[in-house]
Design a protein around this ligand. Sequence first.
Ligand code: TXA
Ligand code: MG
Length: 317
Amino acid sequence: MITKNIHRAIEQLKRDELVSIPTETVYGLAGNAYSSMAIKKIFELKQRPFHNPLIVHIKSIDYLNQVASNIPPLALKLAENFWPGPLTLVLKKQSTIPEIVTSGKDTVAIRMPNHPLTLSLLQELDFPLAAPSANPFGSISPTNAKHVFDYFGDELEVILDGGNCEHGIESTIIGFENDQYPILYRYGTITVSEIEDIIGKVKISTSNNSDPIAPGMLSRHYAPQTKTILTDNVYEFIESLENQKIGILSFNNPVSHKNILHQEVLSPSGNLYEATKNLYAAMHRLDKNKLDIIIAERFPDKGLGKTINDKLERASK
Ligand code: TXA
Ligand code: MG
């Protein structure tokens, strides 16, 4: 059920049960990160392959030492600049973290989320929370409590309601090659240039399906059920279709055509931040309209526009 009562969440988590938690990025499906039994339930409920590791959510920068070791100075610098916030760091793991969390890797993904409800929850617990996004594997991530309920219904005893997610898109993931050189594993809310302003040049990972270091990099992901395509020229694409029920996902300009049944303009004023925040909720709405096709317009390919294009490309595979 959907509730604002963190005591119910605490009870569940202490019994190795799962709770959906709000964060500033998307809603998570959380369990005790130190309990293999709780973590197994996350993989099962999400139908997530066991080779796809989870993110561990911690309550403070000080807690980092409990879950990670050999922390590179650049990682600490990033944590100090961006935490609590939408940045995940992949670091050498401590033995406290069970293998099931990291899919057997010797590294663990960690972040300190920035949502008041979830931060107070973490403060009340003597363990961190492992949490992937609260959606069945491969589908669109949830950005409000209702999205989570629509996916899991009463299979989840507690969905903590923290309103609409402030950022609406997953955290940016940074790792360190040879424990030293920063590498981007997943585009997210914090842009590469914001990170480079703090620590200098960051390499971009080119991993793909054959080597899913960060399976947020899996080619098909964040995907609506409805066939989705991404194009530079919406009008031209519409002209190539005959008599189909069309949905449109565009940045700032509405499109007019008789076959368009549902349209989502992500930011009429052309603000990339606002567009990011609205992206998944718009995809959820489009997907509910029994359309034949969703046509998404490619965004300007810089900053957050790059992040949105990355998600849209994976949604359209
Ligand atoms: O914003 C977020 O990060 C949200 C909220 C709930 O915190 N969580 C999220 O989790 O997006 P999830 O499971 O959907 O994505 C976790 C990503 C996956 O792409 C996973 O492969 C990557 O983190 N990851 C986890 N551990 C890793 C590791 N040791 N090395 C590389 N990538 C890792
Ligand atoms: Mg996810």
